[in-house]
Design a protein around this ligand. Structure first.
Ligand SMILES: Cc1cc2nc3c(=O)[nH]c(=O)nc-3n(C[C@H](O)[C@H](O)[C@H](O)COP(=O)(O)OP(=O)(O)OC[C@H]3O[C@@H](n4cnc5c(N)ncnc54)[C@H](O)[C@@H]3O)c2cc1C
Length: 362
């Protein structure tokens, strides 16, 4: 309903700019250094932290005003997600993969809990449906906007409204065999309005489709018969052996729904991306891509309980002096199902508040 994503050329630009400003202000940044505990004085005020560097060196950081925790969520600690989960049940295991960096293991939550911090919303974690079955990352696959996507099961049939919320999509896909589903991709709508087939040089997240084929992540074919034949070999940990007929039937049915702007099967609200099979098959330079996908852990909505000034609260609802938190380490900001794009708004809003208050010691 509302504009929400703040998009820049690349996310690393944000990091680079923040780093430049911080260093100009005299901040020392320690990389490859993991905080291990928070230090408190006799009144319970946070006065620093202990940390361990990658080479094993243990260090203590003493602070004048306190500590801001900004060390992300706990998607890379599936056992911790499962411990609190009240939503996914058996769809989640201690080994569920994640889209996150491996260091997001909930350290900030655990360190703060050790000095009495409260948490909120830990019972819900978000799963990203379109993840690599092998790596858990959002890479190694090809797809367009949700309105254009066609998702199929191992028999080549659609099974869900591809435009639905992430939890609905993840739940539906995890009911399929091995929790794996497949996205049919045939390229992007060109400037002339015609849908172009995918070329092997097309890039997704910096990887070409040719590389994805070579590394066994997706199937490619310049005709439906070719991509169907390719699907009998393993990619992304699956080998469903689609038939050309099943793929054709599904695409043609989907095309008719786009034409009619009505999806009687799954009631997809925004219908686009009709695939011109004939035009793609007639051009040897373009084709169809099928990407196996499996839901993986993406965002933890739960975390440390904070107030609107980013103070961390204890289990009695009182402010823990000298401790602020911002970003995915906190809970309650996104309720039960974060909207894509809102985490960037969260981290820049609360990061600013937490940093300002910590600098001012209030
Ligand atoms: C693939 C992907 C795509 C996404 N796309 C979007 C998007 O388009 N829009 C959007 O709004 N959100 C998106 N999100 C979500 C968003 O990126 C995160 O919610 C956000 O980055 C969280 O920011 P953060 O600063 O709280 O934590 P993070 O960015 O997770 O950073 C936490 C940092 O703390 C470090 N750390 C962890 N433990 C310790 C420790 N003990 N000591 C020291 N450091 C530690 C970690 O290594 C990490 O570098 C995406 C997430 C992923 C994974």
């Amino acid at each position: 309903m509302w504009p929400r994503t703040h998009r820049v050329e690349t996310s690393t630009e944000l990091i680079g700019d923040l780093r430049e400003v911080a260093e100009a202000a005299g901040v020392t940044i320690y990389t490859e250094t993991a905080a291990t505990s928070l230090l408190t004085d006799e009144n319970g005020k946070v006065i620093g932290a202990t940390a361990e560097q990658a080479n094993g060196t243990k260090i203590t950081i003493n602070t004048a005003n306190g500590v801001v925790l900004a060390c992300g969520g706990y998607c890379a600690n599936p056992a911790m997600v499962k411990e609190y989960d009240q939503y996914w049940g058996d769809d989640l295991s201690d080994h569920t993969l994640t889209t996150n960096v491996g260091t997001n293991e909930g350290d900030g939550i655990l360190m703060a809990q050790a000095i009495g911090a409260d948490t909120v919303g830990m019972e819900v974690a978000q799963m990203m449906p379109s993840s690599s079955p092998l790596k858990g990352t959002m890479t190694d696959g090809a797809w367009g906007d949700a309105s254009e996507q066609i998702w199929i099961d191992g028999d080549g049939n659609r099974f869900v409204d591809e435009y639905a919320e992430r939890d609905v999509l993840a739940k539906a896909s995890l009911q399929l065999e091995d929790g794996i589903f497949y996205i049919i991709y045939a390229g992007k709508v060109g400037e002339d309005g015609l849908l172009k087939g995918a070329t092997l040089e097309d890039q997704m997240f910096g990887t070409s489709i040719q590389d994805m084929v070579d590394n066994g992540h997706v199937w490619y074919g310049s005709t439906l018969a070719e991509v169907a034949e390719a699907s009998a070999t393993s990619a992304g940990g699956a080998a469903p052996a689609f038939t050309e007929e099943a793929l054709r039937e599904t695409i043609e049915k989907y095309n008719s729904y786009v034409e009619a702007q009505e999806d009687p099967d799954f009631h997809k609200e925004v219908l686009a991306g009709a695939i011109d099979i004939e035009a793609i098959e007639a051009d040897p330079n373009v084709g169809f891509v099928i990407s196996p996908r499996k839901a993986s852990l993406h965002h933890t909505m739960g975390g440390l309980k904070i107030d609107t000034e980013a103070h961390v609260l204890n289990t009695d609802g009182e402010i823990i002096e000298g401790l602020w938190a911002a970003g995915e380490v906190t809970g309650g900001v996104h309720a039960g199902n974060r909207l894509g794009g809102n985490a960037v708004a969260d981290i820049f809003t609360y990061g600013h508040i937490a940093g300002g208050n910590a600098a001012a010691g209030k």
